[in-house]
Design a binder for this molecule. Sequence first.
Ligand code: ATP
Ligand code: MG
Length: 417
Amino acid sequence: MPSFATSPGTRDILAPDAARWRAFQQVFADGVETAGFTHIIPPMFEDLGVFLRVGESTEIVTKEMYDFEDKGGRRIALRPEQTASVCRAFVEHRPTTPWKVWYAGPNFRYEKPQQGRYRQFDQVGVEVLGVDDPMLDAEVIGLAINFYRRLGLSGVEVRLNSLGDSGDRDRYSAALHAHFSGNADSLSPESRSTLERNPLRVLDSKRPEDASLIAAAPRMSDHLSEAAATHFSAVQDALRRAGVDFVVDDRLVRGLDYYRRTTFEFVSTRLTAAHTAIGGGGRYDGLVAALGGPDTSGIGFALGLDRTLLACDAEGVFGAPRSRIEVFVVDATGGREAESICAHLRAAGIGSDRAYDQRSMKAQMKSADRSGAALCIIVGDDERLAQSVIIRTMEGGSQQTVSRADLVSHVTRMLGH
Ligand code: ATP
Ligand code: MG
């Protein structure tokens, strides 16, 4: 029979990593819910148009989208990100503003798989719709920074820029186009083609042959309207008040077309090569309108779970949680004792496991070792007759015999609950 393995760019997340993922999402949820964000779970696929509307000139949409026709002839896409879905949901349900939501879950992009870059990858994120206040921009950035701190990460840098209002962005885009097309011969072929679709994205090129032209390119900061410049400096003031360090990087343009004004990226200083960006976000003041809703400003971020955990590995923080098994029951009498003792312990909320198939004592002790339990309970014929059990500490191996009736209270005390 042929056997199968996961598709390129996808992985099975097994123990203990799966519990680490869940803990990651839980830490995130706790932080943002404390700040007034409610949970949204958008569908994993949507009408292709939702994503086309927001980024027709971006690589995410042109090259990386998993789109297909379903059996009913609809054009569908697996979501490459969740901001568009949140905005579609806003237009569909018209909640009162400010609407502050958070999400967690997988996204799909047809990318070249490598370390830190997958075809199915997880993000956690927030979006706020209906607020213009620059204080919110700083608050949102601060939320991400606090989350990184709670994970234990210290090597995270905030890069900050303003893309201006849509008029500024268009003027800047034209200035970039003039700059790059005047020197098109010295650009890489990839950037020459990006230039025709979206001149801003040329700034994002990491190709060495483009570096000098990019360095000499006009600066966004010289093309900001007064309103956008005032907003940007208010964001920076609020970040300083909050004690959040940041670096202004006016080459930071980021993916989607709908970003306006504040834009930011979180970079791990401990990761290398192509995957140092562990999160990013910004304002997208035209997106809701582009999806058929009223003019509504928006801001949010998405943090890549997979890459952030790589950063945690690099810093040696936020390891996998301990096994939930605290007690392993070794039954030399056939298994019925383990059956009732486990039922008892579990009912009392004590994680416990056992062996099956009447394995030998030696094999059962090995399983106890592997289980991560702190205590082992041993029952042989003598204990069964005497209605007692032996409790043995896995570390140190000290043993005591206690009556079955006192088992739960003894174990609870020994585990320090
Ligand atoms: P990159 O420039 O690395 O491709 P991006 O700009 O496409 O990133 P965003 O769309 O801003 O990424 O998504 C936010 C975060 O999601 C990224 O900072 C990254 O941590 C994570 N991310 C994006 N694409 C992937 C992927 N293919 N695999 C793993 N994580 C990803
Ligand atoms: Mg990308």
